[in-house]
Design a protein around this ligand. Sequence first.
Ligand code: AMP
Length: 457
Amino acid sequence: MSNQAAFHNLGLNAHLQRAIHEAGYVDPTPIQSQTIPPILEGRDLVGCAQTGTGKTAAFALPILQLLSTNSKGKYHPKSKLNSRPKKNIRVLVLSPTRELAIQIGDFFSKYGQFNTKVTNTVIFGGVSQNKQVTTLKSGVDILIATPGRLLDLIGQGFISLRHIEILVFDEADRMLDMGFIHDVRRIMKNISSLHQTMLFSATMPKEIVKLAKDFLNNPVNVSVTPNQPTVEKIGQTVYFVAKNEKQSLLLSIVKNPKVSRALVFSRTKHGANKIVKKLMQAGVEAEPIHGNKSQNARQKALKNFRDGNTRILVATDIAARGIDVLNISHVIQFDLPNVSETYVHRIGRTGRAGAGGIAITFCDFEELPLLRDIEKLIQMKISDARNSSKGNKKLLHSMPQINRSKPVKSEKMMNQSSRKNQLKKVNPSLECRQCSRLFGSQMAMLQHIKAKHNSVS
Ligand code: AMP
């Protein structure tokens, strides 16, 4: 840490220093020491750093400082709102998932606990709006929101963004991709007084960087370890395994007592339920978390996992980004994600805050092209479990062997994966992020999103 500024040199006030101390942070992480000073100067910013390296504090701390030194934001007399909040909302943080929004709100409350004048609240879909509206009426400085519920409450006249001074896109590449960009543009139309915009993510594909320019004014670019977004402390292995052998492989892995807390990723909601059912039938306690569950069930499952009451959480990609659960020993990808960046986010659920972790990936014949794309993105070859795993050697030898360099594929499989690849080459963002279906045109994808997943938050 010798070349890094200490927290007390970053210009943060005594309230924040105290909260940092209570959180047990000794030194700022690299993303924090490089972003806090320009944010305090009021600069726009793009912050790219590995998952779990303290990005939330990198924007939350300076925002709290800015709001406490400049305490404008009283109720505007010409407000046309249904309610008359005591103060205007000055900061908007957009998050792609409800769970991440809640977590960001918790961090703002934790860091701002000694300056109770700066308030925050979180709004998201899937629950009644009444409590959220009541809090909004009492007035908040910082609003953390998922786009769907935000637009809904703007439409009903409960929220005005006219006085927003600072806008943050967390998981920015996700917020600006095809699934959210239309909502984001609608939200932007409601903001007229913006001074400062920030984008944060662990991954920032080139096409998103181009798009982001529309939202930024002469930004400072902070990129910590730009070329290799995966955290070095995470051990990564891949099991080449036939699709119908994945469940027994999973069972053999999670039975190992070294797997103290595992997050298993499934590509689909149905798949997640099936994995849980089979684990339970085999006597292994597990819980699912995905978009078909009620919000209460989602939060309960995450809490049980956080508190150590559930050892295995089986999730779709709603849990891939940002979710901070300490001491996840293993991330297991039952299916490979179609979008390479998602791999980086998924494995980033382990190895949080400098800790180690193990990421295990199951790859079947059809997924070989996806694995190659991922290895290209992370610029390394993921090690083959057949060469490293002792415990599962017997099991692996009883399975059909898949060769990563010369995949043997049936004609049907070849056609399917080459079509997928062709579509991805045309435009990598023509993939529905909610169910991973690929589309030949933007129009087709938008129609699908509207028909199948009307609500995004
Ligand atoms: P984030 O990347 O914001 O999700 O943060 C990942 C984890 O790092 C969280 O558990 C934070 O509490 C923790 N963290 C953030 N900043 C620091 C710091 N300066 N020192 C130690 N831990 C930190």
